[in-house]
Design a protein around this ligand. Structure first.
Ligand SMILES: Cc1ncc(COP(=O)(O)O)c(C=O)c1O
Length: 398
């Protein structure tokens, strides 16, 4: 079955009791099964909940895994995966990763004696050189947040496995529509379900999906023991959002490419980061690994200092100034002061996340309106007028 069909039908089977096409939302925290309590499928909602289980079945299918776990947030999912590590272990992570992931690795995990090294994971020689005998995990984002760098998942999985380490891929930005990392050799796929999976800025959630049944058991044990499960109502909303994931994502990707092409030609923009541009250093890998869906996040460097960039993100109207990505509403932010403010400045600068960097999450508004909104913000900043590109050139089927 095609991914869009599975996103509607797997984990969303009709209710056998009533025939309801949409499965009911199970809010019950506890269950009173008949018969042997120890054999019951559900006994307590931290350990398992039918609404959450439906979403987990959908995610397992979309990521081609054997099991999935849904969490109260993306960070809770990351925290659970990191609990696989022991004191003395070492982690390799990409240089441009979400600020919260940087923070948990450098400011929480380090308290347990687990060290992290940041490496440009697209430089395989640098990865080999940074691996230590105690490296147990490589953490990659596909593509990286906020610079949209790509990692060759197949090559990285090979290196990780040669060294007896796991490869975890945060697939939030690519979604399974773009990449299914487990099919390329990754051991763990992670999602902030708050983003594209939910898609409507109205839930917080996270997920881990795996192929190995042992890994699933280990992660389930940690999740149940620590308790950061996704609430049933959020699981319901997420299942609802996933049904339109593919159409939303494809449309958002089209608009994002168009916006990236506009930005490339703007004289106030120093550089545009978008894997769909031929100028992206890993465009060839992106074509293969993202299967032509280059994502709905576009970053660009303004010819501006920290304060001017901070001002710029207040000048759009349709692009609302807010962190997060992946929803139907377009958002704009300055990573240095917002999504990546938790980076130590030296690491941020080393990673290339400059003060003038702006990150856009392109939603489902009409692309012409979005371009007009950006144009207005530029005109208020620098009195330069750039002709808006015509839709036909962006291969927009309107
Ligand atoms: C790539 C990425 N991973 C993980 C997270 C954390 O997810 P959450 O905010 O749902 O905890 C985010 C949040 O922005 C993110 O962008």
């Amino acid at each position: 079955m095609h991914l869009s069909t599975r996103s509607i039908h797997i984990g969303n089977e009709k209710d056998p009791l009533t025939g309801a096409v949409i499965p009911p939302l199970y809010l019950s925290s506890t269950f009173a099964p008949d018969g042997d309590f120890s054999q019951a499928t559900y006994d307590y909602s931290r350990s398992g909940n039918p609404t959450r289980a439906g979403l987990e079945a959908t995610l397992t299918s979309l990521e081609e895994g054997t099991g999935a776990l849904a969490f109260s947030s993306g960070m809770a999912a990351i925290h659970c995966a990191l609990q696989l590590l022991r004191t003395g272990d070492h982690v390799l992570a990409g240089t441009d990763i979400y600020g919260g992931t940087y923070r948990i690795l450098h400011k929480i995990l380090n308290r347990s004696g687990i060290e992290t090294t940041l490496v440009p994971l697209n430089d395989l020689a640098a990865v080999e050189a940074a691996i230590r005998p105690n490296t147990r995990l490589i953490w990659a984002e596909n593509p990286g947040n906020p610079l949209l760098s790509l990692v060759d998942i197949e090559a990285l999985a090979e290196i990780a496995h040669e060294h007896d380490a796991l490869l975890a891929v945060d697939n939030t930005f690519a979604t399974p529509v773009g990449t299914q990392p487990l099919t390329l050799g990754a051991d763990i796929v992670m999602h902030s379900a708050t983003k594209f999976l939910g898609g409507h800025s109205d839930l917080l959630g996270g997920a881990l999906v795996v192929k190995s049944q042992q890994l699933y058991k280990d992660l389930y044990f940690i999740q149940n023991a620590t308790g950061a499960v996704m609430a049933p109502f959020d699981a319901y909303l997420c299942s609802r959002g996933i049904k339109t994931l593919e159409v939303r994502f494809r449309e958002q990707c089209k608009s994002a490419l168009w916006i990236a092409q506009y930005l490339v030609h703007h004289p106030a923009v120093r550089r545009v980061h978008y894997p769909g541009l031929a100028s992206h250093p890993q465009h060839a890998l992106a074509q293969k690994q993202l299967r032509g869906q280059f994502g709905a996040v576009v970053s660009f460097e303004l010819d501006a200092d920290y304060a001017a960039a901070q001002q710029f993100v207040t000048r759009t109207h349709l692009f609302q100034r807010a962190v997060s990505v992946g929803a139907v509403e377009s958002l704009i932010e300055q990573p240095a002061s917002m999504s990546h403010a938790s980076y130590d400045k030296a690491d941020r600068v080393k990673a290339g996340i400059s003060d003038g960097l702006i990150r856009l999450s392109v939603g489902l508004e009409h692309v012409h309106d979005l371009l007009g909104d950006l144009q207005g913000a530029f005109q208020a900043t620098v009195p330069v007028s750039v002709e808006l590109p015509r839709l036909a050139e962006a291969n927009h089927a309107y």
